[in-house]
Design a protein around this ligand. Sequence first.
Ligand SMILES: Nc1ncnc2c1ncn2[C@@H]1O[C@H](COP(=O)(O)OP(=O)(O)OP(=O)(O)O)[C@@H](O)[C@H]1O
Length: 993
Amino acid sequence: MIVSNMDIIDLTSDSEEGIIDLCSDSEDNNEFHSCREYYTDYEDPVSPFHLPLVPLSTAPDQNIVEQPTDIDWHEIAKKEYDDWFSSRNASSSSTPVENDIKRDIPLSITYGSAAKPEQFYDPNVEHQLPQSFANGSFSPQSFAPNHSSLGDNRIKEDPTLNFSGFQGCTANGNGMSSSTTPTDDVFVYGGPRSHRIFPPPMSSRTSVNDTKVDNDVEKRLFSLDERAVYEEALKHITQEKGEEDLPEGVMSVSLLKHQKMALSWMLSKENSSHCRGGILADDQGLGKTISTIALIQKERVKQSRFTNSGSCSIKSVQNIDDDDVVVVMDKEEVKAEPLNKLDDSTQLHVASTLKLCDSQSVAAGDSIEPRKKRARSSASTLGSNTRPAAGTLVVCPATVLRQWANELSVKVMEGSKLSVLVYHGCSRTRNPNELAKYDVVVTTYMTVANEVPKENSDDEKKDSEMSGFYPEFSVNSKRKRPKKQTKAKKKNKPSNSDAGPLARVRWFRVVLDEAQTIKNYRTQVSRACCGLRAERRWCLSGTPIQNKIEDLYSYFCFLKYEPYSKFSSFKYMIKDPITKDSARGYKKLQAILRIVLLRRTKETLIDGEPILKLPPKTIQLSKIDFTPEERAFYLTLEEGSRQKFKAYDAAGTIKENYASILVLLLRLRQACDHPLLLKGQESDLIDNNSIEIAKQLPKETVTNLLEKLESGPAICSICSDPPEDAVIARCGHVFCYQCVHESLTGDGNVCPYPLCGRKLSVRSVFTPAVLKLSILPKLEIDEKASCSTADDRTSSICESSYTSSKIQEAVDILKSIIKTRAITAGDTTGSIPSKMAPVKAIVFSQWTGMLDLMELSLNSNDIQFRRLDGSMCLNLREKGVNEFNNDPQVRVMLMSLKAGNLGLNMVTACHVIMLDPWWNPYAEDQAVDRAHRIGQTRPVTVSRFTVKDTVEDRILALQEKKRTIVQSAFGEDGSGGNATRLTVEDLRYLFMV
Ligand SMILES: Nc1ncnc2c1ncn2[C@@H]1O[C@H](COP(=O)(O)OP(=O)(O)OP(=O)(O)O)[C@@H](O)[C@H]1O
């Protein structure tokens, strides 16, 4: 049985028994299993999906009436028609969509009698039809919508539309009416419930200058854009969801069932013709890294062919610039270096030898021969027009760089080792040929942002800023542009020599780990990732949507998932339908996602069994009471904030004062942790190197920067919160100290502010104290951000020696954990019970100031701990994590939520304490999953702290709202949500106004 993606959408709402929501990721109903059951066991001989392309006018009413299902296809078809028709008529002026389409319309398209029907639809071309249609297995009379009831008057509304002359409506051998269709027929393809209303070809027209008709044509072309998606959906729905495995001796671990399924899906995606890659969106800790390593191994032969001879793949490579030439070079033996030699500036050679076979042997388990690469062109001949073909590039946050390298080494057997280069640090090679020598190159997002130049011109940039979207990156658009334009554009395009090595090779595959890093498509990092040349592209993320549906756009752009990789198309085809009718819009999105996204949660069942036998995770919400002094302090602060908010509200200036209001909220949130957090610790953040750099700036610049930094509330563009320990970059952008340090750690030297992309190092990011010290003889720090709310009664609680209620609660829990004798790990996963392991805990806070205060309390209680935050260098972070994982004396890990929530494996902890709630619940989920993941053998307890009757209670409620949007997009619940950043209503709620 063949269905279209759109059919799925509609069927879900009518849900007959046996028809399951294919798009949902039902927690108690495994989708693959259900799909298989349905499509093999359930036959619907008069399925709407067997619909031929039928002129509406040929459909007699009785066909509709006689349908054996309860679904009124006629009514639905009518509605579809209405929708299509009204949208066609909706806009007469040029929309961004139309503009895009105009750009993309081949100049050769002509109208009138010269029109080529195949521009729109060629019924004689078999591959355009659903299988059943092509095979003639459909029922010709079934479901032909009743044209008469579709309203001829609507057709007549637009007299310029003359559909006569369509010559191709025949379907050989399948019983369909083969008559030439006269005027005013519209053709329905894929079932009357389908959104696929393919327009007929244009008929006699005399002028191409008729704007209105041009728009009509464009609308039609536009709708045809989704044909490929539709056809892909057909494949994915009928396709058996199988499992793939690797032969013995390739990986050092056996793939779990869901990982075999992921491997099968990834293979099918990589070998499909439409969008070669996708989004693996399994929950954190389900093994996305392992599945990806398995994929690399499985496709190793193809990768080898690609890197060896480039030419075999060049035709299938998308986004190839016309100046690209695949170059193959000599490959030398790769020498081994131990993993522990890795430091920030080291390129790591993990494998001892390159062992690749020439033919299909890896998958089949044949012998693996050392690979020798032929030189087709020597490195010295590489000019700006040449790009060596390289293997797989893994891009990940700096924190997990080493973990990736480690997994690539440890999870692969000796005989199948991959050569791995950790490409990171200041002394990394500048030679692209070096990168091409490795099977896998692992790098950071910042390195990519640094090396892959943005390719849109200033005009485009301006246009983007004004219109809110980016034109397509030139790697993509260039392919479609006529040659003349390409030449003209060339002067705006950075030359190869401007780009770093990452941009100067053609990758077989690019994998973005923690792909939510690129969710803001305006950022340099997102645009740089899109600019990488690759044949296959993957996003790995347990939380691909964090705030809003637009988060997906970045991934679609990176994946070149057409037509949604253009913002205008994304908006028109995805965003707008959700705005207009969220239930239907989300259903469509689910279908679109289904083609490129595989998501299983830890609750997913496979064949009735849990996807993973993890020990249970218990979440305890600890509602803490303030002491009377803390309450008094908080109430004073709250009342002041509420009054200010009310004043903004009364003046109708909430939106204008958004940043100020966030600061009010920030203070309330911090007061819940410890009153001292309101004070700021800037005197601690004085870096002599930064002072030296600031001293070299003109005094006027320093004054301006200082003025901007102190002039008023700003929002850190990295975490979208008012900055903790605000710092200003040389280019004038303000961030949290920790956020920008995290972003620039190691080698990142691009300003992370959207659309900025200027070179930046941590030393060129200044605290107010640094700026002042660079121009003043001695520090005169303004204490205006001090604990000014404190009166005599409450001033004692604004000291670092004061243990706040939250800290006390955390310390009490930690003390009780430490008292717990080391326990034998349970055997919940079926693995061999581990030896006696001490009970350990991870403590998360979003503020480094709170971690500082926790440190003081832990020290005074003789609790050994380690710490990880965004301002630490990678070596220290890795050292801290290793010691926590391996030293039995170290019982606590203090982690910044912003820096430590991604990627890390910390299953030695079985207790997680979240000191403060964050707006985004997914950041918290990710943090918790450092401990609750494969390898965890003990039940995990999560303690989430909130202080009673404070803003924190209300944040928890807002978190739930945020979850709605993600659940809606993935079909994980029935409602449609629209949680984005805080709305005015949210703010009123938070301030209880
Ligand atoms: N089949 C397996 N056998 C043994 N260990 C496994 C297997 N699959 C995954 N693991 C281990 O489980 C842990 C989590 O796996 P992995 O890091 O691949 O998950 P992930 O989905 O990428 O997580 P995150 O989203 O947090 O990055 C790792 O320590 C990994 O080595």
